[in-house]
Design a protein around this ligand. Structure first.
Ligand code: AMP
Length: 216
């Protein structure tokens, strides 16, 4: 089963994707993670996208479609793919449809995670991730363990905050979501693959809604 997690920054896409990876043997394809990796490893592309990402704008369709094409060409997976943070524009959505078709794969569900803007600001400015495994923490709801050992990978890790997790970038990221990404809700509704869930509930409740969306 191949799915897309759709929602504004901070909606909980990454957290739910991690859970699906653990429980359903799915493979998470996060273009945000791929771009951050490119920056860390100092590739030419990483240098090109750094300023764009820090501002909160979208990087070009060409770059992100190229990243997804590369990953999909590397082979399919039994558990299926979770597209997290991709597609973010109609052009990306069309490209993903074409890539999956070439591989004889289908897009089975698009899960829209609905949240309100106030909750997003609170979540984003409180979040951090394990530098080792990427487990997501939140100062209020899931604080970093006092002993500094990640509850997911068991490593004494460095916990990182993202450079673009500040109110200024968030404004730009939200605007990009409403202008460029939210039209995908109508697009996938028309294709009959859209399911919307409440992303504001407690993490376990969201997980239950997610399971219902995928299995229903
Ligand atoms: P994310 O981790 O999904 O919040 O992405 C972080 C940043 O990476 C975004 O604010 C964009 O600058 C860039 N990015 C990630 N995915 C995409 C995409 N599909 N299209 C364009 N830009 C993206």
């Amino acid at each position: 089963m191949n799915i897309i997690l759709l929602g504004p920054p901070g909606a909980g896409k990454g957290t739910q994707a991690q859970r699906l990876v653990k429980h359903r043997n799915m493979v998470q394809l996060s273009t945000g993670d791929m771009l951050r990796e490119a920056r860390t490893s100092g590739t030419e592309m990483g240098k090109v996208v750094a300023a764009v990402m820090d501002r909160g704008d979208l990087v070009t369709d060409e770059i992100v479609i190229g990243l997804i094409r590369e990953r999909l060409a590397a082979g399919t997976t039994d558990g299926g793919y979770i597209f997290d943070g991709f597609p973010r524009t109609l052009a990306q959505a069309d490209a993903l449809g074409a890539l999956l078709e070439e591989l004889g794969e289908s897009l089975d569900r698009v899960v829209e995670m609905q949240v309100d803007d106030e909750a997003l600001v609170a979540r984003i400015t409180a979040r951090s991730t394990c530098g080792n495994c990427g487990e997501v923490y939140n100062d209020n709801t899931k604080p970093i363990p006092a002993d500094g050992v990640c509850t997911s990978c068991g490593e004494a890790a460095e916990f990182k905050r993202r450079a673009d997790d500040n109110e200024e970038s968030l404004k730009t990221r939200l605007l990009a979501y409403y202008k460029q990404t939210s039209p995908l809700i109508g697009y996938y509704h028309a294709k009959g693959t859209l399911v919307s869930i409440n992303g504001l509930a407690a993490m376990e409740e969201v997980a239950t809604s997610m399971d219902q969306a995928l299995d229903g």
